[in-house]
Design a protein around this ligand. Sequence first.
Ligand code: ADP
Ligand code: TYD
Length: 212
Amino acid sequence: MKPGLFITFEGPDGSGKTTQIQMLADFLASKGIEIVLTREPGGTRIGEMIRDIILDPCHKEMAHLTEAFLYASSRAQHVAQKIRPALEAGNTVICDRFMDSSIAYQGYGRKLGERVRIINEIAVDGLVPDLTFLILVDPDEGKKRISNGVLDRLELEEIDYHTDVYEGYLELASRYPERILVIDGLRGIEEISEEIIEKTVKFLRTHRGIEI
Ligand code: ADP
Ligand code: TYD
């Protein structure tokens, strides 16, 4: 089956995206749907090199605008080299983070606002996900999950930033309710997975006429 579906996962750090992506991918693969799993920043050789530059803790002097352009550059390469060709070949692409991450983290978190949308619209060249699962956990819970309950000084300082990111995601969800499905990430892994699978199956039925 070749639905050519583009699914993205969004949410704060530690919201459970990686866990849920793997479960959805396993389910779809078991139904014979060919999956391309990928992530941002990264997903291509050039993108992974850009990822290393962005996430390197040594680059403390990086301007917020530089950061936004680097994420968008990684994305432009990803769309051109990997995502669009895979979709055109009929594959289902599941991507860990996409343009909404930039809107939430750079637009709201770094307060760069509309500029982030403009540079990203250029980068994605018209490509919009068919379906986005936004897994929401509050910033404190996300931090706890990734740091095992022990917050260092910097992580504590950054809580404000993560609260802005969270608000940004809520704003995006209310702006694009057709595409962005909000998932309560504070439940058990299995329960969340069941909801995501059920919504994906429903989307395939109603938008692609595919029954799985
Ligand atoms: P992300 O990719 O969004 O950063 P992960 O899937 O890597 O999130 O999950 C972060 C941590 O939280 C991992 O240790 C994972 O096992 C755990 N986790 C994932 N989902 C849940 C959940 N629903 N409840 C509790 N812990 C979870
Ligand atoms: P990663 O280790 O992939 O985090 P996670 O497992 O939470 O997805 O690191 C990616 C980081 O980059 C994460 O903190 C979110 C951030 N990010 C942005 O700020 N803007 C973006 O456009 C993207 C794609 C990610």
